[in-house]
Design a protein around this ligand. Structure first.
Ligand code: NDP
Ligand code: MG
Length: 380
């Protein structure tokens, strides 16, 4: 029995992780969770799974829940996230929180030797060098949850890194795949939230529409697989059936296929190196699908992806700026304070004014993250 803790249990990845735990009660036990502000869902989870420790975002919510569930231990805020991340009895931490708020708990979990199933890509984008260095030093495994990275991980089982020619990340194209750049002027939040293939949290759905999600995933792949940016390509694949591929020196390409269902990569991270049945997931019927489509990525159409390649290649604090600017700009778009195309304008401004600091430590990362958020907020 593996003991599981989850950061961001009330989110899209968090709730799908609980689906997996429900399906395999004898394989996994939930011991600790963090939630944000969704107390209604938190109450249901506490009643159903009875975790020993629960962290909430706000102090007053912590007091409310304490009086309702006297047997459960409650904590709150950023320190609460860390408490859940290092919870002693947990074997695997599922990091499914959104944004770079996941960085500190991830680093602390690594220092305490936890295996980490990582969905929280912003943490790897903002400080991938610190996370990977800490993981290596502590001999800790970072198991990918993101579907593309899980696909690559699955393709690489039994393969030697030295034989890899390149990684090929597939991209669905997001909500606006079939629109021209001119058509993007004035698109609404509702339209942007309507993803054709995947049902996900609001921030990542907007990231998919701007193609920043793929940019963040390129940086995520760079760190997880120690791969230079020149060897990471993106291919438009509108069906989201091939979740990503690896090309080897002998010209062989290995791909991982499946219906678009995040519970598959979540479960693989939890069951690795084993596989478990997943009866509630739809099987892939290739005869019914008939045809798969592939198309080159139009880099001018999707500027955010380009920004990510540039930020990743330059490195240092530039990916931190990219991520922080994106988080603030996407939140502003979701709150209808800026237009869709202004998201990329703001990120571009933040990147172009920044003097890159090479090999930043954690305090510099935090400083640059904070300063970038203040700058982008001042533009609103
Ligand atoms: P959601 O927005 O659905 O969920 C985010 C979770 O984090 C919620 O539990 C939320 O709590 C909590 N949370 C948000 N802000 C804070 C905060 N400041 N402090 C503490 N908790 C907070 O996100 P997703 O599940 O969509 O995404 C999670 C991560 O996984 C992201 O990094 C995303 O890029 C990645 N990912 C997601 C995929 C998907 O299919 N959704 C696919 C691949 C990667 P509450 O709701 O209670 O307020
Ligand atoms: Mg993905």
């Amino acid at each position: 029995m593996k003991k599981i803790s989850i950061l961001g249990a009330t989110g899209s990845i968090g709730t799908q992780t609980l689906d997996i735990l429900r399906e395999h009660p004898s394989a996994f036990k939930l011991v600790a969770i963090s939630v944000g502000k969704n107390l209604e869902l938190a109450r249901k989870m506490i009643t159903e799974f009875q975790p020993e420790l629960v962290s909430v975002q706000e102090y007053h919510d912590c007091n409310t829940l304490k009086s309702e569930f006297p047997k459960t231990k409650f904590t709150f805020g950023d320190e609460g996230l860390v408490e859940v991340a290092v919870y002693p009895s947990a074997d695997i931490l599922v990091n499914a929180v959104i944004g770079s708020v996941g960085l500190n708990p991830t680093l602390q979990a690594i220092e305490s030797g936890k295996t980490i199933a990582i969905a929280n890509k912003e943490t790897l984008v903002t400080a991938g060098h610190l996370v990977m260095e800490a993981a290596e030093r502590n001999g800790v495994a970072l198991l990918p949850v993101d579907s593309e990275h899980s696909a690559i991980f699955q393709c690489l089982q039994g393969e030697k890194d030295k034989n890899i020619e390149r990684l090929i990340l597939t991209a669905s194209g997001g909500s606006f795949r079939d629109r021209t750049r001119n058509d993007l002027e004035g698109v609404t939040v509702k339209e942007a939230l309507n993803h054709p293939n995947w049902s996900m949290g609001a921030k990542i759905t907007i990231d998919s529409a701007t193609m920043m999600n793929k940019g963040l995933e390129v940086i995520e792949a760079h760190w997880l697989y120690n791969m230079p940016y020149e060897k990471i390509d993106v291919l438009l694949h509108k069906e989201s059936i091939i979740h990503s591929m690896v090309e080897f020196h002998d010209s062989s390409i290995i791909a991982q296929l499946g219906t678009p269902d995040m519970r598959v990569p979540i479960q693989y991270a939890l069951s690795y190196p084993d596989r478990l049945p997943l009866t509630t997931s739809q099987r892939l019927n290739l005869a019914q699908i008939g045809t798969l489509h592939f198309q080159e990525m139009d880099k001018n159409r999707f500027r955010c992806m380009q920004f990510a390649y540039v930020a990743g290649k330059k490195g240092g604090t530039l990916p931190t700026v990219l991520n922080a600017a994106n988080e603030v700009a996407v939140a502003a778009f979701l709150n209808e304070k800026i237009t869709f195309l202004q998201i990329e304008d703001m990120i571009e401004k933040a990147l172009s004014r920044h003097d890159v600091i090479i090999d930043p430590d954690l305090s510099i990362i935090h400083e640059v993250d904070k300063e970038t958020r203040q700058y982008v907020s001042s533009l609103l």
